[in-house]
Design a protein around this ligand. Sequence first.
Ligand code: GDP
Ligand code: MG
Length: 436
Amino acid sequence: DSITGSIKNAVNKIRHKDDVASLKKAIVELKKSLLKADVHHKTTKELITAIELETKRVGIGQDSFINALKLELTKVLTTEGNQGFVYSNTPPTTILMTGLQGSGKTTTTGKLANYLKQRNKKVLVAAGDLQRLAAVEQLKQIAAQVEVDIYFDDNQTDPIAIAKAAQEKAIKEHYDVLLVDTAGRLAIDEELMTQLKNVRDAIKVDEIFYVADSLTGHDATKTASSFKEQIGIDGVILSKYDGDTKGGVALSIASQVGVPLRFIGIGEKMPDLEVFIPDRIVSRLLGLGDIEGLAEKTSAVIDEKKAKAVAKKIKKGEFNFNDFLDQLAMMSKLGSMKSIIGMIPGLSQMAGPLKDMDFENSDEIKRIKALIGSMTEKERLQPSLINPSRKKRIAKGSGLSEVQINKILKQFKNASKMAKKLSSKGGMKGLQNMMS
Ligand code: GDP
Ligand code: MG
């Protein structure tokens, strides 16, 4: 159940201006939807009281109710403390990644490394989870994927020794950031906490991040509180906060734990991490989208020079298969479709089925990639070279039938023609306007 739909129901209860009875109904509805979305009962009570007061102060109506909602939800999500990633004055900035098993620590370590790498930081990740056999291997793969260095030691069984050696390496080799992955347990236990404390005390730790699985609802809040009490945490990263989670868990953690939310994980892929910015989250919770966030996301990924060069090529009708591959690579850096859709106003409600679309792994894209893989460099740059004998060769290499190849080539030809037409009428601008 998404919180967005039920909040809309609450708003719709308000029929007339200054109708106190309808406001009461809206408040009852709002209370229900907040509780259903796993918002802590104390937080819910504080929220509805404040929202009712604020709506009355401004004058009862749907707009004032929505504005009061925005205001009060934002207030709750705004916790005193650091926002996003904060660099230490004495590098390497060292972060201890903590949380229960399966919460998303290792994945989030990779996502953070990716985020920092995009900002030109030299990042080292340390494989400090020695409990699970596959944990080190998992981090190795992730580090390779986002192209950051990893410290591991297959012969070591002591996480403290790993942390120390990793920090020594990070200092000696002038890394900006060291992210230490740690082991988790299925539930909080003494041994886990002692181990984390020991690691914390053995090296210079700048901040301890707690990765909370937002799918665990109220438990996420409780567990974050005990981590805070026992080892002290400086920030919470909410993982699995993908489009259709309930969303209330962010409100509960912010209000009940009193530690700032720093990032949210919004998918399984490495780019699916965002800085937690309260008013943007509220906007998404209310189904109003997050255009600012979308613009930032695209500007971080899309290389403007390259984009201009491609636009020029399209205009001249010179767009080729290499350009196509470049564009695909750029799309994949944007992360999952789900995370993008939630940022576009109205779309999350309308385009439900699109959410689960995995663009990169669709059969269509796979076929095109296979085709391009079997082309020579010359053919990629100049698709018109592809004659029947070349087609036969490509068919063999790609495992596609000639019919399939013809279809893709024709589609490509039509698409570049269409793009050329559009661009000559200022179509690119038109597209850009549609996006903003
Ligand atoms: P760890 O045991 O805490 O290190 O957890 P992992 O990093 O191994 O993650 C556990 C599972 O959660 C994996 O299947 C991840 O792909 C998945 N996961 C982690 N973060 C997210 C997220 O933000 N969204 C989604 N949908 N899945 C996630
Ligand atoms: Mg792990």
